[in-house]
Design a protein around this ligand. Structure first.
Ligand SMILES: CC(C)(COP(=O)(O)OP(=O)(O)OC[C@H]1O[C@@H](n2cnc3c(N)ncnc32)[C@H](O)[C@@H]1OP(=O)(O)O)[C@@H](O)C(=O)NCCC(=O)NCCS
Length: 262
């Protein structure tokens, strides 16, 4: 995965025109709970990520989703959120038959406008898979630039036992609210990202500190679900990756999925 970072401030964003088609009426509006069926169908275009439930859609997601309609039928959506002063695009999808007519750009323009209204005036960010060439070109045309790459690692938990023994200089402790800013700054994590994950129900967040108590790693995960994100540690600090991975292993689990920033 890559995180793209737009280098310009949101105010400077000028989107290409919305490509209206003759005889068709396009419009963008806020989502409601009734949009769930269309949202679920469109979300299949994003690959194998699990689609949130109807309850989660209605309660948490719909207030920050914009729906694009053509002649009254949903043809795309953008899901966004504000992280501190940054905008974050969670997902953007346009129905296959409606692509290439400016719907995606119009949705991004509308999301930028909503984010500005909510105080996200710094930068905006999103993740895009490295093989999604069409989307990458689309985002580049909107002025976004690569900030960093991350990778998805899947491995059996048993493999952890073959890694070097824990480095005793690294300590793993729960992350407290007061330490979030310090850890984000030290590890170069987008401001607000850790708070966003910590706010979710059931999420455990752990930090790794070296002998000087400096942050050298962090992991957020749901013990009932495979995987940790963010899972971040600076390269070159010995023992942090194995120590962090071992700390996220729930009892009885045999496989781990971890998204790690390079
Ligand atoms: C990426 C996506 C949202 C773009 O939506 P869209 O409505 O087709 O985009 P637009 O019509 O606004 O196109 C904007 C630009 O991208 C270019 N573009 C869009 N689709 C393209 C395609 N299939 N091939 C080449 N260029 C394309 C257009 O030429 C246009 O550039 P221009 O205005 O300078 O001519 C859409 O392709 C999509 O839904 N893909 C599947 C889901 C996905 O990958 N989402 C992103 C996940 S991070």
């Amino acid at each position: 995965m890559m995180i793209w970072n737009r280098s310009l401030a949101l105010e400077e964003f000028v989107a290409p025109g919305f490509g209206y088609l003759p005889g068709k009426t396009d419009a963008i509006r806020g989502a409601t709970a009734n949009d769930y069926p269309a949202y679920a169908v469109l979300s299949r275009e994003l690959g194998d990520d699990p689609t949130p439930s109807a309850e989660q859609f209605a309660a948490e997601l719909a207030p920050s989703i914009l729906i694009s309609e053509r002649d009254g039928a949903p043809i795309g959506y953008v899901s966004y959120e504000k992280l501190a002063a940054n905008g974050f695009i969670r997902n953007l999808v346009v129905a296959p038959g409606a692509r290439g007519s400016g719907v995606g750009a119009a949705l991004m323009t509308a999301a930028a406008s909503q984010l500005r209204e909510r105080g996200a005036t710094d930068q905006w960010h999103l993740n895009v898979k490295t093989d999604n060439i069409v989307a990458i070109r689309f985002y580049e045309r909107l002025g976004m630039r690569v900030q960093y790459r991350s990778v998805v690692l899947r491995m059996p938990w048993a493999n952890l036992d073959r890694l070097p023994a824990d480095d005793t200089r690294v300590t793993v402790t729960p992350l407290s609210d007061g330490e979030v800013g310090d850890v984000e700054r030290a590890l170069g994590i987008l401001t607000g990202l850790l708070a966003r994950f910590r706010a979710r129900r059931g999420i455990v967040s752990l930090q790794l500190r070296d002998e000087q108590r400096a942050p050298v790693g962090v992991a957020c995960f749901d013990p009932g679900f495979l995987g940790a994100f963010p899972f971040c540690h600076p390269s070159g600090v010995r023992g942090t990756a194995p120590a962090g991975a071992r700390a996220t292993r729930p009892p009885g689990r045999s496989r781990s999925t971890t998204r790690r920033r390079e």
